[in-house]
Design a protein around this ligand. Structure first.
Ligand code: PEP
Ligand code: MG
Length: 315
C-alpha cells in the first residue's frame, strides 16, 4: 500500500542514474507559490497568469500586473519561474481579451491568438513581466499558450526580445505545433507540453466532459507519439522540453515521459513527492524501455497496465 504522506521530495529530481529531471510546480497565485515552496519544488514550470485576472472586464493596469507577478516571483529567488502569458479563452474567460459568442471557443481566438486581435494587451503584459523580473531575482522564462505554427513562435520570441525577455518558449498543446516541432524549436528556446489541451485537440474530445474520459488519456498512443515527435524536433536544436499538463502528476507515466525525451515535469505541488520517488528508482535505460513498451500497446488501458506491471515494485 502506497503511503504518500511519508514521502518527501528532497528538491532535486533525478533518475536512478542521476540524470536530472527538473521537478517543478504549477502555480496560479501566491498561495500556490507557498505550497510549491513547502513541497520543495525546484521552481515553477507553469505560472498561469490569467488566473490573476479571471472574469475581469477591464485590462489590469501596469502596476497591478507588476505587483501580481512579483508576488509569485519573490517566492523563488534564484530559481526558474516559467511565466505563461495570458491563456484567455474557452475554459478561462478573460472578457477584456476574448470575445463572446464564438461558436467553438476552444477553437477560437484564444491564447496567443489574441495577440493579433488585441496586440497591446500582450505587449503591456510582457512589459509588466520584464519589470517584475527586473525587480525580483527569479530566473524568468516566458512562454506563450496555444501556439500552432513556427511563424507564431517567431513573432512571440521577437516580441519578448523587444522587452529584454531572452528566454522565450512556447507551449506545445496543438498537434500542429507538435508535428512541426523542429520548425517551432528553430525559434523557441524551450517547450512545454500542455497535455490537457494536446489531448483535447488530438482526440477531438472536450477536456471538461467526463463522459469522454476514456478518450482523454495521456496514455493514448496518438498522444505519446506526439510527445515523442515534439522531443525529437526539440533535440535537433538542443532545446529542452517539459510537461506541464496534468499528465506530469501521474507517477506511473513520469518514467515514460522521460524515456520519450522530456527533461522537466511541472505539476500540482502535492504530486511532487510521488513522482520524484518513482523517477529516482528507474534508470535511464528503463525509462526508454518503458516508453517503447507504452508506445507498443494498442490502447491507453493496455499501455498503463503494461507499465504498471513492469514498475510495480517502485510505485
Ligand atoms: C495544458 O493545456 O495542459 C496546460 C497546462 O494548460 P491549461 O490546463 O492551463 O490549459
Ligand atoms: Mg492549455
Amino acid at each position: 500500500q502506497k503511503v504518500t504522506s511519508r514521502r518527501r521530495f528532497d528538491g532535486t529530481g533525478r533518475t536512478a542514474d542521476g540524470t536530472r529531471v527538473e521537478l517543478l510546480a504549477n502555480v496560479a497565485d501566491p498561495a500556490g507559490a507557498q505550497a510549491a515552496i513547502e513541497a520543495s519544488a525546484e521552481g515553477v514550470g507553469l505560472f498561469r497568469t490569467e488566473f490573476c485576472f479571471l472574469g475581469r472586464s477591464a485590462e489590469p493596469g501596469m502596476s497591478e500586473q507588476v505587483a501580481a507577478y512579483r508576488q509569485v516571483l519573490s517566492a523563488f529567488p534564484g530559481r526558474k519561474v516559467v511565466v505563461r502569458t495570458l491563456d484567455a479563452g474557452a475554459d478561462k474567460p478573460l472578457p477584456f481579451v476574448t470575445s463572446d459568442g464564438e461558436p467553438n471557443p476552444a477553437l477560437g481566438v484564444r491564447g496567443l491568438r489574441t495577440a493579433s486581435s488585441r496586440p497591446g494587451v500582450l505587449d503591456r503584459q510582457l512589459q509588466a513581466i520584464a519589470r517584475a523580473a527586473e525587480a525580483e531575482n527569479a530566473e524568468v522564462w516566458v512562454m506563450a499558450p496555444m501556439v500552432s505554427t513556427a511563424e507564431e513562435t517567431a513573432e512571440f520570441v521577437a516580441a519578448c526580445a523587444r522587452h529584454g525577455l531572452d528566454t522565450a518558449g512556447v507551449m506545445i498543446e496543438v498537434p500542429a505545433a507538435a508535428l512541426r516541432s523542429s520548425a517551432v524549436f528553430a525559434h523557441a528556446a524551450f517547450g512545454s507540453l500542455g497535455t490537457n489541451d494536446l489531448i483535447q485537440y488530438t482526440m477531438a474530445a472536450d477536456r471538461v466532459l467526463g463522459e469522454l474520459a476514456a478518450l482523454s488519456s495521456p496514455w493514448q498512443p496518438a498522444v505519446l507519439e506526439l510527445v515523442r515527435t515534439t522531443c525529437r524536433g526539440a533535440a535537433e536544436h538542443d532545446r529542452p522540453v517539459g510537461v506541464c499538463g496534468e499528465a506530469a502528476a501521474d507517477a506511473t507515466l513520469a518514467p515514460v515521459l522521460v524515456g520519450l525525451g522530456v527533461r522537466s515535469l511541472s505539476m500540482t505541488p502535492r504530486a511532487l513527492a510521488d513522482v520524484a520517488a518513482v523517477l529516482g528508482r528507474v534508470s535511464d535505460a528503463e525509462c526508454v524501455e518503458l516508453a517503447e513498451l507504452a508506445l507498443g500497446q494498442d490502447d491507453p488501458i493496455a499501455a498503463r497496465q503494461a507499465v504498471r506491471d513492469r514498475i510495480r515494485p517502485v510505485l
